[in-house]
Design a protein around this ligand. Structure first.
Ligand SMILES: Cc1cc2nc3c(=O)[nH]c(=O)nc-3n(C[C@H](O)[C@H](O)[C@H](O)COP(=O)(O)OP(=O)(O)OC[C@H]3O[C@@H](n4cnc5c(N)ncnc54)[C@H](O)[C@@H]3O)c2cc1C
Length: 538
């Protein structure tokens, strides 16, 4: 989309889904808003690429598993299905396939999940059921409202939570790390490994205290992993369509040079080609704190302590992913499905994980910049959505958690990624031998490729900021900036570096929309009731 003017009510930097969610709400409130994106398509991590060498084979090179998206308030408010979005939630949501052909399974039906756990340990299945039941009201009354609202200051939150039994329970459990929680509560090594890996996947450093509630919360959450029909980019297209319908514009292929200020107020941006776009009311950054405060704002505009906090903002050591994408003549056929035929319909498949000690091995390799023995997870999207490949053909991918700084330097990935992809394929073939014959072509993406595509995902951190270092809630990205507001009037933050963080949730954008509309004195009839009131009455 081009632009039709140079003065807007507001300008948003970067077109990740959070920016687009924010833009759609603001445009629906009557504001003229422009989003500026450096790439040639909007949507950030909602990317689906057609293999240039093999027309018709689509690959989701960033996000693929979208958790409970069609239950998100913005998905409904923005009527994204009318704009072409559609989601499926495969029933056998996740299967951890073991070398012996057995599998630990998560189903959309909790009872089926508990049955699968019982095959490993009946005690663990009972524990799972108890935790889920305990957490159902906590998720409903505390965690979902918290995710969908600007965060309360940490002390106020603590005081409010201490007033209710559920709040006190949440505080007690979250004081643990996920690792401590799992080791204290579950006995079977496969159950321990599976819970930690699946439920902690990409989310948090499992050793990090403050997240002990994470696994129980995910068990009790209503929505599971979903696939966007047509590929993840179909959600981006629906968001862009909703933005367009509300009168918003998205300018792609445009590098930013500066955020402009006047009288200590954000008032526009300058692009790398020298074009100026003015903003009457606000500039909102969907980028990371270093880009916003250290690269795009003039040095003299940012106070020393904000610069220091931006410099100190940390990224997840364990988040970077290496991806192997395949074009296939048939779907992977898992040996384990000979014993358990339903495994052939598993949405997410985890391979190579047998016990909890591998988690420590993965951490150690991330710390030393070396490659652990393969633990990988992925899907065959075309089993659920045949539109992602030519008729009768398939695509499949596997991800591995691998360090960004390979042997101390991410550039090593450029010469080693093909070779590593072959090793990964070899490991995958041991579970699905038909891959040898079915393979048409393949390609890989390294953690460095991720950072190159999206500079906001610094160090390959697809969550755009660690959850350790206190970077949560009202202190995300850092104290003082945790309410989506920058240090000067008119400057806002709306990306994954803000509460509640990365992944495709749209919630940083949804929450930022509440803040901007409130600051502008405009109504937001769609906004949830105040979090303070909801926690007071929880
Ligand atoms: C390999 C991989 C797999 C993933 N899998 C999943 C998954 O299965 N499920 C899930 O929920 N999440 C997944 N994620 C994470 C998810 O994609 C991100 O957390 C999410 O996209 C972040 O959204 P965002 O709105 O903050 O911004 P982003 O999606 O990061 O978008 C930011 C946008 O800003 C643009 N930009 C950056 N710098 C500039 C600049 N200087 N000027 C202009 N524009 C700029 C970028 O080009 C990009 O379009 C995955 C990510 C990767 C990389």
């Amino acid at each position: 989309m081009g632009t039709s003017q140079t003065t807007y009510d507001g300008i948003i930097l970067g077109s990740g889904h959070n920016s687009l969610v924010l833009q759609a709400y603001l445009c629906k409130a009557g504001l003229k808003v422009l989003t500026i994106e450096r790439r040639d398509t909007a949507g950030g991590g909602l990317t689906t690429l057609e293999d240039p060498r093999h027309p018709g084979f689509l690959h989701n090179t960033h996000s693929f598993y979208h958790r409970a998206i069609n239950r998100m308030p913005w998905y409904k408010d923005l009527r994204l299905e009318l704009h072409g979005a559609r989601y499926l939630e495969p029933e056998l949501n996740v299967a951890l396939i073991l070398r012996n052909g057995d599998a630990l399974e998560w189903w959309t039906s909790f009872d089926k999940t508990a049955d699968s756990f019982a095959a490993f340990s009946s005690r663990d299945a009972a524990t799972l059921r108890r935790w889920r039941e305990d957490f159902l009201p906590i998720v409903e009354r505390i965690l979902i409202p918290e995710g969908q609202s600007p965060p309360l200051p940490a002390e106020q939150r603590q005081r409010l939570l201490e007033k209710s039994p559920e709040g006190r329970y949440l505080l007690k459990v979250s004081a643990l790390s996920p690792l401590e929680f799992v080791q204290a509560e579950f006995e079977h090594p496969v159950v321990q490994a599976g819970l930690l890996f699946f439920n902690g996947l990409r989310e948090v450093d499992l050793r990090c205290r403050g997240f002990g509630h994470h696994i129980a919360a995910l068990l009790a959450s209503p929505g599971k992993a979903q696939i966007c029909v047509g590929g993840s980019a179909a959600l981006a297209r629906a968001l862009v369509s909703a933005v367009g319908e509300a009168g918003g514009e998205v300018l792609v292929q445009t590098e930013l040079r500066r955020i402009l200020t006047r009288n200590s107020r954000a008032m526009g941006v300058e692009t790398a080609s020298g074009e100026i776009f003015e903003a009457r009311h606000f500039v909102a950054s969907g980028l990371n704190p270093q880009q916003t405060f250290l690269e795009l704002l003039d040095d003299g505009i940012v106070p020393q302590d904000w610069k220091q906090k931006a410099r100190d903002f940390q990224y997840n050591l364990l988040a970077p992913l290496f991806a192997l994408h395949l074009n296939l003549t048939e779907a992977p056929r898992y040996e384990a499905a000979k014993k358990h035929p339903h495994l052939q319909q598993a949405f997410m498949v985890i391979l190579g994980l047998e016990n909890i000690s591998q988690f420590f091995e993965i951490v150690r390799h991330h710390e030393t910049g070396t490659i652990p023995s393969p633990v990988m997870w992925g899907s065959c999207p075309t089993l659920f959505d045949p539109s992602q490949a030519p008729i009768g053909m398939h695509t499949a991918f596997m991800w591995e958690k691998l360090p960004y700084g390979l042997r101390g330097n991410p550039v090593h990935w450029d010469s080693e990624k093909i070779q590593h992809g072959q090793k990964m394929l070899e490991a995958w073939r041991q579970y699905a031998p038909n891959l040898s014959e079915a393979l048409i072509d393949s390609f890989t993406r390294s953690p460095l490729d991720i950072e190159r595509s999206f500079p906001n995902m610094r160090e390959g951190d697809l969550l755009v900021g660690a959850f350790s270092n206190g970077q949560v809630g009202a202190n995300r990205p850092f104290p003082g900036a945790g309410h989506y507001r920058g240090h000067i009037p008119g400057l806002y933050l709306c990306g994954s570096s803000c509460h509640p963080g990365g992944n495709i949730t749209g919630l940083p954008g949804y929450n930022c929309a509440q803040v901007i509309l409130s600051d502008l004195g405009l109504p937001a009839p769609w906004a949830p009731p105040s979090l303070f009131d909801r926690l007071t009455n929880s």
